[in-house]
Design a protein around this ligand. Sequence first.
Ligand code: 8YV
Length: 331
Amino acid sequence: MKPKILVARAIFPDVIARLSQYFEVESNQEDKVFSEDELAIRLQGKQGIFATLSERIGSKQIQSNPQLKAVCNMAVGYNNIDIEAATRAGIAVTNTPDVLNETTADFAWALLMSAARRVTESERWLREGKWEKWRYDSFLGMDLHGSTLGVLGMGRIGQAIARRSMGFNMRVIYHNRSRLSQNLEDNANHAQYVGKEELFKQADHVVLTVPYSSQLHHIVGRAELALMKKTATLVNIARGGIVDDQALIQALKERRIGAAGLDVFENEPAFYPEFLDLPNAVLTPHIASASERTRRAMADCAADNLIAILTGQTAPNPVNSVNPASTTGNP
Ligand code: 8YV
């Protein structure tokens, strides 16, 4: 008998077909977002789940499903999963790193350029039929070339963003848990390590690429925004919760910073509606990894991990280290 798995959201049909060669698949092609209770019920009898960030997998889902062995997220982030509870229960958790680095870095630049050079704001104005004449001061923005880019969280995506700044002749500063090796700094457009405060003070444009954890909740709040230049741009392609969105709304409204490009928000998709009234905010619905090729690679990667774990192989992208001897009921 094939093991049963749940594919929690709609995904590429050929990925479902591939998973079906190994598993009895319960899919969700109608793409309903399950509540936490519903997910706990749907997981009954399933040994694995192909999950996305929308599925909260915590102690409720874990404790009520002692047969669960694998949680494979189609995302590089995994803050939707209680890793400690999963590890205690002997559940292997995996993510999809690397395959999305370049696409996500491209998109950070799309947001940065749109926000700094007021692309979406001026397009809205044009579409509203307001373009009557040229003016010397129409939509004056902030230059990217020759400016200082600050990257908070210089992981693989941060490095890919920094590399792209070479073409804009920018200086790169970064702050991270630990300093990169000289070689990685050189490859990231000779990025210079600075303290967090210095990063916010010196950067003309700040890009956030830190993964979310409860310790990093609101690491960009009122105090950090107050350090930024009045003309600076803030780009968040990392996670909602990294930024205190209410503090950011105030800073943008009062023009204490120049502009923001935001792909992620607190409480997605129910972001604070005040963002909609801010002309200096470029807003996108969590699509930084959304190219055809990358979303396919992410789905394939999550499927590879699920197949590996449930066929007794080593998962390519483990997030936790599971010792089957110390499990409490998910052997
Ligand atoms: C995904 C992401 O689209 O990979 C991540 O961590 O945030 C995005 O690339 C999303 O998480 C889907 O689960």
